[in-house]
Unconditional design. Structure first.
Length: 120
């Protein structure tokens, strides 16, 4: 399988095997540890960006985009600070919907890899 973008019909990528280059998260977003994150963009489809995102263990905050994602590997707890919603635990197979502007805190206990779909 290739890691090529999915722009052409019949293209295939193994999302679990793609290389994701990590960078340190901004210091003002990090609450605990030294988490890193990275993304491997796969392309767009019908106005939706598709890619693979990964974060190493640690705790960090984020402001979300309008997104749906599916966890491929790893484990994390997501706390919702705005709006205040119950925390969720995610693991392989979890499908999650986030909305633009949500404030979250991610506690990643095992490197988390997800396939995401976000409005392009």
């Amino acid at each position: 399988m290739s890691g090529l973008p999915l722009e052409a019909a019949g293209a295939v990528s193994d999302a679990g095997e793609l290389t994701v280059v990590h960078e340190l998260l901004p210091a003002n977003d990090v609450i605990d540890g030294t988490p890193t994150a990275g993304v491997h963009e796969l392309g767009t489809f019908a106005g939706v960006e598709l890619g693979v995102w990964e974060m190493s263990p640690g705790v960090a905050t984020d402001t979300e985009a309008d997104e749906v994602f599916i966890v491929l590997s790893g484990r994390a707890r997501i706390d919702f600070t705005m709006p205040a919603l119950p925390s969720i635990e995610v693991s392989p197979g979890s499908v999650v919907r986030l909305t633009q502007g949500m404030r979250t805190t991610w506690t990643v206990t095992e490197t988390l890899r997800k396939v995401y779909l976000v409005e392009a």
